[in-house]
Design a protein around this ligand. Structure first.
Ligand SMILES: NC(=O)c1ccc[n+]([C@@H]2O[C@H](COP(=O)([O-])OP(=O)(O)OC[C@H]3O[C@@H](n4cnc5c(N)ncnc54)[C@H](OP(=O)(O)O)[C@@H]3O)[C@@H](O)[C@H]2O)c1
Length: 167
């Protein structure tokens, strides 16, 4: 089973503020949908609550330490290893944030790719994507886009692959 982190982050790594996304970028929403459709998403309780509902066509596992937490239409796991047990039989599973969950999963050996949409602007926020260490992660693909009438900021779809460790 491989884990893929998927996120959109500003130049200063901000991903959200007050438990909400900051920008509205339909191109990124489509990119997220295209990549994740049919797969399982693992997300933190705060991210789930900011969405308010599970995303169609995907299985959602919500992480919460609250033993009685109920997320309608989702599975709930109380720690990351429980969540990984739930997806043991799957080939590719997406880590969909937020900041706490990216922090905890980025260095897991199962985490093989990062699909990062870089939004070429800086914002004030209170949730961040972790620094991507170039010694650990290789940028293998990027496509840059200019702003247009629907997408206010320039952006880049970037794929990072975990570097193989040599002994
Ligand atoms: N731009 C993007 O791509 C993107 C993507 C996703 C989210 N976001 C943004 O990120 C922000 C939310 O991020 P966040 O870091 O504040 O919250 P979060 O990671 O979404 O959720 C944090 C919560 O997850 C639970 N949790 C964390 N670690 C856990 C563990 N090991 N085991 C069990 N439960 C665990 C806890 O829930 P309990 O308190 O219930 O125990 C914790 O309060 C929002 O602004 C959101 O809009 C942005």
């Amino acid at each position: 089973m491989k884990l893929f982190l998927i996120a959109a982050a500003a130049n200063n790594n901000v991903i959200g503020n007050n438990n909400q996304l900051i920008w509205h970028m339909p191109a990124d929403l489509k990119h997220f949908k295209d990549l994740t459709m049919g797969h399982t998403l693992i997300m933190g309780r705060k991210t789930f609550e900011s969405l308010g509902t599970p995303l169609k066509g995907r299985t959602t596992i919500v992480l919460s330490r609250k033993k009685d937490y109920d997320a309608k239409g989702c599975q709930v796991a109380h720690d990351l290893s429980d969540a990984l047990k739930l997806v043991k039989g799957e080939k590719e599973v997406f880590i969909a944030g937020g900041s706490q969950i990216y922090d905890q999963s980025m260095n897991l050996h199962q985490s093989r790719r990062i699909y990062l949409t870089r939004i070429f602007a800086s914002f004030d926020g209170d949730a961040y994507f972790p620094e991507i260490d170039p010694a650990q992660w290789e940028l293998i693909e990027r496509t840059d886009h200019q702003p247009d009438e629907k997408n206010k900021y320039a952006y880049s779809f970037q794929t990072y692959k975990r570097r193989l460790r040599c002994k």
